[in-house]
Ligand binder design. Structure first.
Ligand SMILES: [Zn+2]
Length: 312
């Protein structure tokens, strides 16, 4: 069985605690590889840069271990749709032998995080959830309504999608909040590109480093420009901020098939046929841009529509 903990970097200089998730979806391994690389970088840095200063505590956690072993999005249930209050309460009050695979994942992840957080008692607690998409074209972050989450997203130098949490429920962003962790908690998700692109790993590394810089865990002068450049280059031409319009939900038994060739952020016109299912063509309800068009079998979100926004 894979280890839950990817790595930890602890410094006596107290500060924020940054907890990064990789592989909440078992077919998205770029975030895990990025975290493995990052811990190597952190361990080497003091040897090559004697002025390197690190403040706080950084942790990398594997998400869905059982799905990662099968390289599938999930085994029984989508782990990134299970983080609702009711569901987590049910899991906490159910004997372990009655829990499903993804229930066990939630229980194990929460046990580990609560232990680590309560041991460190951070002034600030930040969760960064790393994902990739089946579609190409465009990296982005998904922010909560918290202005701090939006700020972290903007400073990652990738488009920030606002309001997406209204369209889905039970994501890590919904649960890892001030409501459940009393340590000035903020969460953000970063989508670093297509599942199998090697650059998705590099972009996730850059996003984590930018996040650590925004939090003051590493100093700006210690961060190489190539990390910013990688993210800025890849988001060229994309909106800085975009707002959620709608999500197409796939119901069990729908024979949903996305029309081939859509990329993240591709502009679409009202009425354009985006996909088909057993009821016929599925058209864009308005002008906008498509996000996360589904080109894999598992998953219940067919696609999202967003619109560029000037407002932060
Ligand atoms: Zn994902």
């Amino acid at each position: 069985m894979l280890q839950r903990l990817i790595g930890e970097y602890i410094n006596p200089r107290r500060g924020p605690m940054l907890i990064c998730f990789g592989g909440m979806h078992g077919n998205e391994t770029a975030g895990i590889e990025a975290l493995e690389n990052l811990f190597q970088l952190l361990n080497n840095e003091p040897k090559v840069n004697p002025h390197f200063r690190f403040t706080g505590q950084m942790m990398g956690i594997r998400g869905n271990l059982r799905a990662l072993e099968k390289l599938k999005r999930f085994v029984q249930k989508d782990l990134n749709r299970q983080w609702t209050n009711d569901n987590v309460n049910r899991i906490q009050h159910t004997p372990t032998h009655l829990l499903s695979y993804e229930d066990l994942e939630i229980k194990e992840i929460l046990d580990l995080i609560r232990h680590k957080v309560h041991t460190y008692k951070p002034e600030r607690l930040v969760f960064l959830d790393l994902h990739t998409t089946t579609a190409y074209g465009g990296i982005f972050s998904v922010a909560t309504d918290d202005t701090e989450s939006i700020r972290l997203g903007v400073e990652m130098h990738a488009p920030v999608i606002k309001g997406l949490l209204k369209g889905v429920s039970g994501t890590t962003l919904h649960y890892f909040s001030k409501e459940h962790f009393h340590y000035n908690t903020v969460a953000i998700t970063f989508e670093s590109g297509q599942h199998n692109e090697q650059l998705s790993v590099n972009r996730a590394v850059a996003a984590i480093i930018n996040c650590m810089r925004s939090l003051g865990m590493v100093m700006a002068e210690d961060v190489e420009n190539r990390h910013d450049k990688l993210l800025i280059d890849y988001s060229k031409g994309l909106p800085k901020v975009a707002e959620f319009i709608m999500r197409h939900t796939i119901k069990p038994g729908d024979t949903f098939t996305m029309v081939p060739g859509y990329d993240n952020f591709q502009e679409v016109k009202k009425g354009e046929i985006l996909a088909h299912d057993q009821n016929g063509p599925i058209r864009a309800v308005c002008d906008g841009r498509v996000l996360m068009p589904l080109y894999q079998k598992q998953g219940e979100d067919g696609f999202f529509l967003i619109r560029a926004s000037d407002k932060l």
